[in-house]
Write a protein that binds this ligand. Structure first.
Ligand SMILES: [Zn+2]
Ligand SMILES: [Zn+2]
Length: 375
């Protein structure tokens, strides 16, 4: 049949394998083409569903996602047990390494780095760690020194430092943009998240350095649970998603198409979210608002960034998946045996958002053809 949206001859199926449009909604124009009910990296979800895992780990299939969710849950349960028993040093160490470690496992699972694991990990995670150490130490000297005593802490800790972090964090990821094999927006997202997590790891280690030298067993105190939760989950979520959002926004190869308006809002949304996260958190704290409320408030702001990333990733995957070659695959999402180009014809998943080895999609710059396999 001929697809109404891209005009190509494609097999009769629920989704167009060439452009990803929802053929079942042929009458609905934009809705069929943009298919908001079927997120391109995870078609079982709406694009506007605030799901953290399917956004920041976009290459994982259902089963793998579940494994990663369990790993994070168990890791955090360990952190809570360590905190509750007064083993604060151990709790801090597990918290700092928990999410970055999971993400490195994910990078290996998805093979986002193609054939360059050392280069990609060194640049993104390593670069993020180095910058995190430098920025955190310098800012502690400057803000904790002269500026802190005279200036307003809300301005320095709530606005200036977060903005500096936001500018610095995506830099190591953006250096990889020059390599032709990493042309997809989703590569930029994943590299940005990795750099942000490296930064979060370094910031956590530097910030809690003095605690690491305490005796291992501390008096048990319920007050620890909030800073530890923030250290283990909230700050990695914020740094990972903001650095990923900025990197992906600047990564986009085409500044045209349906995603251009979304990309335009990227940096302003992230900037507002980050300042509201830190400055708002400090203001709420100063007014004696409970720490649990502050935690919810800050999580909501991080989720706003996640929602932006989903819109950007969705439109980028739909645009960049065009023009791939047909090949027989087992869909990594719905497990059907299909002949597919850029999208699975039965579930509509963008095949560039799948682990490389499962789909034979080795290179995915816009408009380029997939590398022929077995030749
Ligand atoms: Zn089509
Ligand atoms: Zn499928």
């Amino acid at each position: 049949m001929t697809c109404d949206h891209c005009g190509k001859q494609v097999p009769d199926a629920v989704f167009c394998t060439n452009c990803g449009a929802h053929q079942g909604l042929a009458d609905h124009g934009i809705a069929a083409q943009e298919r908001p009910h079927h997120f391109a990296a995870h078609p079982g979800e709406h694009v506007a569903q605030p799901s953290i895992f399917t956004t920041l780990f976009p290459h994982l299939g259902q089963r793998k996602l579940q494994e990663f969710r369990w790993a994070l849950l168990l890791g955090f349960a360990l952190v809570v047990v360590l905190t509750a028993t007064g083993l604060i040093t151990a709790a801090v160490l597990v918290s700092v390494f928990l999410v970055p470690t999971l993400y490195v496992v994910y990078l290996y699972e998805a093979e986002v780095y193609r054939k360059e694991p050392a280069l990609v990990l060194g640049a993104t995670l390593g670069g993020g760690i180095v910058l995190g150490i430098a920025v955190t130490i310098i800012s502690e000297r400057v803000i904790g020194g002269s500026l802190g005593s005279t200036g307003l802490p809300i301005v320095s800790y709530g606005v200036i430092l977060p903005v500096i972090q936001l500018i610095v964090m995506p830099i190591p990821a953006l250096l990889l943009r020059v390599l032709p094999q990493f042309g997809s927006t989703i590569d930029g997202l994943v590299f940005g998240v990795t750099a942000g997590l490296g930064f979060a790891l370094a910031e956590g280690l530097v910030g809690y350095w003095s605690i690491l030298t305490y005796p291992p067993l501390q008096p048990v105190s319920a007050d620890w649970i909030y800073p530890i939760t923030s250290l283990a989950l909230l700050i990695p979520l914020l740094h990972g998603s903001t650095a990923g959002a900025v990197a992906a926004t600047l990564w986009r190869p085409s500044r045209t198409g349906s995603g251009r308006w979304i990309a335009l809002f990227g940096v302003p949304i992230v900037l507002v979210a980050v300042v509201a996260f830190y400055a708002g958190g400090l203001i709420l704290d100063n007014h004696g608002v409970g720490q649990l409320i502050v935690l919810f408030y800050q999580t909501a702001l991080a989720l706003l960034v996640v929602l932006y990333i989903r819109q950007l990733v969705h439109h980028s995957l739909l645009e960049e998946g065009l023009g791939q070659e047909y090949r027989p695959i087992v869909c990594p999402y719905c497990h059907h045996h299909v002949m597919a180009a850029g999208f699975c014809p039965s579930c509509g998943v963008a095949l560039s958002a799948s682990p490389r080895r499962e789909t034979g999609l080795l290179t995915a710059p816009v408009g380029a053809q997939a590398e022929p396999e077995g030749q």
